[in-house]
Design a protein around this ligand. Sequence first.
Ligand SMILES: Cc1cc2nc3c(=O)[nH]c(=O)nc-3n(C[C@H](O)[C@H](O)[C@H](O)COP(=O)(O)O)c2cc1C
Length: 404
Amino acid sequence: MGEEEQAEADGKSLLFSPITIRGVTARNRVMVAPMCQYHSVDGGPTDWEMVHIGRLAVGGPGILFGEETGVEERGRKTHACAGIWDDRHIPQYRRLTDFIREQGVVPAIQLGHSGRKASCHGAVRDWAPLRSEDAVDGLPPWQGIAPSQVPLDATRPPLKVIDRDDIRTVLNSWREATRRSLEAGYEILEIHGAHGYLIHEFLSPITNQRNDAYGGDREGRMRFALEVAEVVRDAWPDDKPLFFRVSAVDGKGGQWGLEDTVALSRELVARGVDVVDCSSGGILGESDMPPVPRVPGYQVGFAERVKRETGAMTVAVGLITEAEQAEAILREGRADIIALARELLWYADWPAHAARQLGADADYILVPEEYAHRLRAREAAKDMPINQGGEETKAAIRYLMGEG
Ligand SMILES: Cc1cc2nc3c(=O)[nH]c(=O)nc-3n(C[C@H](O)[C@H](O)[C@H](O)COP(=O)(O)O)c2cc1C
């Protein structure tokens, strides 16, 4: 009997049932979604990442992603973005993965390349482009690479249009970053193919206006994404899961749609991708495509469709904040894994609390044993006789208060 049938048969929460993908088992189906922190130094994690990741790891998830991690130095968005383009990064990330694993959580890394979105300030400055004046603050701009000369907006400097040599170089960077991720102790790897970064730029006709083998029809535009998947799968062990994050649809005015994502996902599955992580947006255009309405569970329908039509496992993400909501998505077979991002910034222990709410963790097993031990004792104290008016307790209190 599979893990899902077993949970169903036992009447147990599916969200808090284990999930096995290839040789890796996560203790539950709550995933910390990748979240850029803009705190790295020369690509490597700092104390901030240790605390941020640590706080999330002790909260009880099954799978924990850090942040988008650049496969090339020029493939970051900002000078403070994470990267894994050098072997010196390996021990730095190892510190994180060791800690994550000690908490019973599966450490996962998202590898990415920013493409035309490179060379900007961080999120709190709305990713404003770096200017030459920023060099005095140690933040010199650099040139982004892209499939075509289509900058993000008219104020941005020209891009380097990728030629065949660049493609070879970038693919090799993906291969090397995969090897380093393995050596750093990660057990799940996700290719960031969404949000208007390099891979997505190849997919969408808005940003890919090439007329060589990497452009033109959908097959041509998918070529780069599929080559990345092949290179990564080849360098990533057979017993380790490979995820791919898609923008299921481009975004307002876009041209890449859900049919395209289904076609891409089929090809990804054929190349050994196990899980399609269904996000959206990142490329804007002039078509009639509306923006995705940001309502609770706004991307679940994408995960459901990809799962149903491709046989891939899927991740549902986007405004999933309630335990029952997450459980229902899994019960209805709409996705296999539930990812949360912003809710965990606010409430890092969400998984442990959701497990209790769903009746899946009466013993505090999802929090570190040092916490669990004390919480169990507190639980027992809640049932002490004072609540029932026990005479012994009342007498003790009278004595201690000097009341006779
Ligand atoms: C602080 C922050 C950083 C993010 N960084 C990334 C990232 O590095 N890679 C990525 O694919 N998505 C990133 N996202 C998007 C999230 O992974 C997630 O898809 C999105 O926030 C929707 O989920 P939510 O409603 O649970 O927050 C980020 C989101 C936040 C809030």
